[in-house]
Ligand binder design. Sequence first.
Ligand SMILES: [Mg+2]
Length: 415
Amino acid sequence: MGGATVRGMAGGEGAPDDAGCRILHIDMDAFYASVEIRDRREIASRPVIVAHTMGRGVVLSANYVARGFGVRSAMPASRAQRLCPHAIFIPPRHELYSAVSKEVMAIFQAVTPHVEPLSLDEAFLDVSGATRRLGSPAAIGQLIRRQVAEQLDITCSVGVAPSKFVAKLASVHCKPDGLLVVPAGQVLDFLHPLPVSALWGVGERTGAALARLGLRTVGDLAKAPVSTLEHELGKAAAAHLSALAWGRDERKVVPDSPDKSIGAEETFATDIGDSEVIKRELLRLAGRTARGLRSSGCTAKTISIKLRKADFTTITRSRTLREPTDVAQRIYAVASELYLASGLASGTLLRLVGVRATGLAKAAGGGTQLRLDERPDSWRKAETAMDKIASRFGSSAVTQGTLLPPEDRRNPRRD
Ligand SMILES: [Mg+2]
């Protein structure tokens, strides 16, 4: 943690004021790239980009040296190559990142069971039950940063705040390798100078609408009459953004043990309404979910999908299967039926889709049980074979024809 920045809002020396801060948002810095670099220290000072460079690959992760050349996550790899031709490109090793992710989550779980993972490399923690044992929220943030650095040899950034969204903004603000505390009394001082795009829910379109109203900062948004916002954005979005602009976010940390559900989701770079494209995405996510199930030796009884519309309203639909499964084709069949039945399959613009498997049980004999009179499940056999190839050559080495997505549409919006 050489260049670590640890600070409170007021700056200065000593322990930062963390009054009212119970939430930590912890995010690994350039996660995939950092994991690759720790195995090859000699490349640490060079631009390192995790991406497939064949076809229409996108940048999955870039270290901060590469970012200095303008390289960003979700950018087409071809563009990254033009921006930074001397960068080291490394094909992703998803199984390795999942394994490191498990170790990251174990460090969090040792602090508190109130951990809400957001992705492989980031989570919210509610540390209010851990302070007597481990010290103030800021001290706990430092403890976790030290453990991640010492045990996993990567760095992370921690936002410490009274609410989830402020904690998340704080961790973004102190990246990389930092910790920022935003105490209750200084939330508005922190929020109001930020650009409106910093708020959850402000994408390109909302940002353009706000710009038309002359609202550029969160402070501008806070002071705008709600009726004006409603007129431009609709009631739900106006209320949502106005609350955030005043630092109001009552959402609790919802513990979601990574062992109790396995899934994958994708936020699109631009909202998508084409149901064929959405189904292709569901197929890809079903594949990731099935791989996750098989690698943890589990089968799932319930499959659910999550669909988030452009205006941020989110629906989930789920179905319980007669036979538990760990097979992508089965998961996809259910996911696509749920999607087609959701009422959103006729062109509704979506910003995120997800597939999740719950009702997990350890698979006897390492997978779906076969009765003696049953033919071996050919899908499962094929998929297990693909797992083996993927673990040796990276998961894109085995991509079914229909799994080839229009890369530019499925770029994650953030790292
Ligand atoms: Mg990260």
